[in-house]
Design a protein around this ligand. Structure first.
Ligand SMILES: [Zn+2]
Length: 521
C-alpha cells in the first residue's frame, strides 16, 4: 500500500511531501500532488519536521557494538575507583564460569586518581572471576591475574605484533588474541542478539545503513557471522542495511571466502559484501598508532604495526584479483606510508574498485595529496575530536598536528564519508555532525586546526551521500529521490538553520528504512 508523507521540511529541497510504494520513493513533490497520488493509501503528517536521507555510518563494528551494549559500559567512568565500583556491582549477578567484561574505558579522561587502570585494580574486584576490560579504542585490554593465568601469559611471554605489560595486566594489539581465544567466541544465537541489539540502537540515532567490520570480533572466521547476517536479511529482520567490511585472520581464510563465490557486491538489499578490511596499526590514545618518528610524549616508541607489509600485500593482491578492493585502518603516518606503498601496486586510475583509507588521522601533507591523487575513499570519524583534540598536541609535533585529521581537504577532493567506529564512539550521528563542524572537544575545549572544519551541509553529506558512494550504492541509498530506497530520518530541528550548539539538542523523532518505521520517539 502506498504511503504519503506530507508537510515535511526536506533538506536541500523545495518539495514538502513524498510518496512511498514498494519500499521506495516513487514521487517527491508538493502536498497537493502527493495527496492526489496516494489515493486511499496512508497519509502521515510530519508537521514541518526536518527530513534528511537516512544517516549512513560508514565504518563501525555492528555486532561488537551490540556486544558492548551487553557488557558493563565504562565510557562514563572518570577514575579507576569508579570502574572498580561498577565491576563490583556487576559481580553480584555473575554465575560461575562467566567472564566479567567491561568495555569503553578511557584512562586519559580520568579526572581523579592516577590516569591508569591496572591488573591490581581488577584483582581487588576478584581473584577467581576472570575480568577483561577493553579500552575504548578497542586496541588495548586490561585483565586480571586470573585471565593471564588462563592465557598462559607470564612475565617473559612475547607475541608478534603485540605488546604485553605483564605488571599492569595490559595486552595491546595482537597480544589481545590469546585472551579473546580463551574467552571463547560467540555462538550464532549470541551473535544474532548482538546484531539485533546494535541495529535497534543505531535506528534510535537515525542510522539506516552502515559499513561494518564483524568477522573477527567475538568470532575467528567469517563463517558464522556471514551465516547470521544472511539469515537475518533473508528473514526480513534487518533494520539497518549492512555493507560488510570483511576482515580475515589469514590469507587462507580470505582465499576460502573468495572460493565460495563471495566478493564485493555479492548479497541482497539489506546485507552486502563490501571491501576487504585490513588493520595496519593501533590507536593514537594507546600510543600504538604506527608513526614514522617517535612519539613526542614517549620517544621510546613509534607504535605498533599489526600486519607486516608482505602479508598485507598477499591479502590485497589476492582480493584484487576478485575485484575486491581493500580499505585499511591506518592511524599513524608510518602505517599510512605502508598502506600507500601496497596500494600503489594495485590501484587503477580513478580508483574504480574503491580502495580506501580508514581513519585518516595522523597524516603528512604528501600523504593527503597522494590519497587525493589516487581518489581513495576516505573514512573519517569526526566523533574522535572529543577525545583526540587534547592528546593530538601531546603525541605529535605541532607541524604534524597541523596537517593531521585533514577532513575538509579530503572532503573537497575525494569521497570522504563519516562514521563512528562504534563501539569506539557512541554512533550518535548528530553529535558527529557537531564535531565535524566545530572540531572542538567538549571534554577538553581543545580546537583542532580550524581550517579543516566542514559546513553543516558537508557534514550531512558525509553521513549520507558520501557513505552511499563508499559502499558503491549511490544509485540506491543516501538521497531522497525517486527510485531510491525509502530510507530517511526525521528530526525536530532543521540543523542547517539552527545555532551550532543546538545540533546537540536536536532529537531524532522517526527513522524509516525501506518505507517501514524502525524507530519512533
Ligand atoms: Zn574500526
Amino acid at each position: 500500500m502506498a504511503k504519503a508523507y506530507i508537510n515535511a521540511r526536506i533538506w536541500r529541497s523545495d518539495a514538502e511531501a513524498f510518496l512511498i510504494e514498494d519500499h521506495r520513493f516513487v514521487q517527491i513533490g508538493d502536498n497537493r500532488s502527493i495527496l492526489e497520488a496516494v489515493k486511499d493509501g496512508e497519509v502521515i503528517d510530519l508537521k514541518g519536521a526536518f527530513v534528511t536521507p537516512g544517516f549512513i555510518d560508514s565504518h563501525m563494528h555492528l555486532a561488537y557494538y551490540g556486544y558492548y551494549l551487553s557488557t558493563v559500559p565504562l565510557g562514563g567512568c572518570m577514575s579507576a575507583a569508579e570502574i572498580v565500583q561498577a565491576l563490583n556491582a556487576k559481580k553480584e549477578e555473575m554465575v560461575p564460569g562467566q567472564v566479567l567484561q567491561g568495555m569503553g574505558y578511557n584512562e586519559s579522561a580520568f579526572t581523579s586518581g592516577p590516569k591508569a587502570i591496572t591488573r591490581a585494580d581488577l584483582d581487588s574486584v576478584s581473584a577467581e572471576i576472570p575480568i577483561v576490560l577493553t579500552r575504548h579504542c578497542g586496541h588495548i585490554a586490561c585483565v586480571n591475574t586470573k585471565v593471564l593465568e588462563m592465557c598462559g601469559i607470564d612475565a617473559v611471554t612475547s607475541i608478534e605484533g603485540g605488546e604485553i605489560d605483564y605488571e599492569n595486566g595490559l595486552l595491546k594489539e595482537n597480544a589481545m588474541r590469546p585472551m579473546l581465544d580463551t574467552l571463547g567466541h560467540a555462538n550464532a544465537a549470541e551473535f544474532e542478539e548482538y546484531i539485533v541489539k546494535g541495529m535497534q540502537a543505531l535506528n534510535a540515532y537515525g542510522i539506516t545503513s552502515c559499513g561494518s567490520d564483524d568477522f573477527l570480533l567475538r568470532s575467528d572466521s567469517y563463517r558464522m557471522p556471514l551465516d547470521v547476517f544472511l539469515r537475518l536479511s533473508y528473514q526480513g529482520r534487518m533494520t539497518v542495511r549492512v555493507n560488510e567490511q570483511c576482515e580475515f585472520r589469514t590469507p587462507e581464510d580470505l582465499a576460502s571466502f573468495l572460493d565460495e563465490g563471495y566478493t564485493t557486491g555479492v548479497g541482497n538489499e539489506y546485507f552486502s559484501i563490501g571491501p576487504l578490511k585490513i588493520i595496519a596499526d593501533g590507536s593514537l590514545g594507546g600510543r600504538t598508532a604506527k608513526m614514522s618518528e617517535p612519539y613526542a610524549d614517549d620517544p621510546a616508541t613509534t607504535g605498533t604495526v599489526d600486519i607486516d607489509e608482505e602479508k598485507m600485500d598477499i591479502m590485497v593482491g589476492l582480493a584484487n584479483r576478485y575485484n575486491m578492493p581493500a580499505i585499511t585502518h591506518a592511524i599513524g603516518d608510518g602505517a599510512v606510508d605502508q598502506v600507500l606503498r601496497v596500494y600503489r601496486k594495485y590501484l587503477l586510475p580513478g580508483n574504480p574498485l574503491g580502495y580506501g583509507l580508514v581513519h585518516c588521522q595522523i597524516m603528512r601533507q604528501d600523504q593527503t595529496q597522494e590519497a587525493i591523487d589516487s581518489w581513495l575513499n576516505c573514512y573519517i570519524q569526526s566523533l574522535f575530536v572529543d577525545s583526540d583534540a587534547a592528546i593530538l598536541k601531546e603525541r605529535v609535533k605541532p607541524e604534524l598536528a597541523e596537517t593531521s585529521y585533514p577532513w575538509k581537504t579530503l572532503y573537497e577532493n575525494t569521497n570522504t564519508s563519516n562514521g563512528s567506529d562504534a563501539p569506539v564512539e557512541i554512533p550518535d550521528a548528530l553529535r558527529g555532525i557537531y564535531f565535524a563542524v566545530t572540531r572542538t572537544s567538549l571534554m577538553s575545549g581543545d580546537l583542532m586546526n580550524q581550517a579543516e572544519c566542514l559546513t553543516v551541509d558537508q557534514a550531512l553529506e558525509s553521513y549520507t551521500e558520501k557513505g552511499a558512494k563508499a559502499f558503491g550504492m549511490d544509485d540506491a541509498i543516501g538521497r531522497i529521490a525517486e527510485d531510491y530506497y525509502a530510507d530517511f530520518t526525521v528530526m525536530d530541528t532543521d540543523i542547517t538553520q539552527c545555532p551550532v550548539e543546538d545540533i546537540l539538542k536536536a532529537k531524532i523523532i522517526r527513522t524509516v528504512v525501506g518505507g517501514e518505521d524502525v524507530y519512533c520517539a
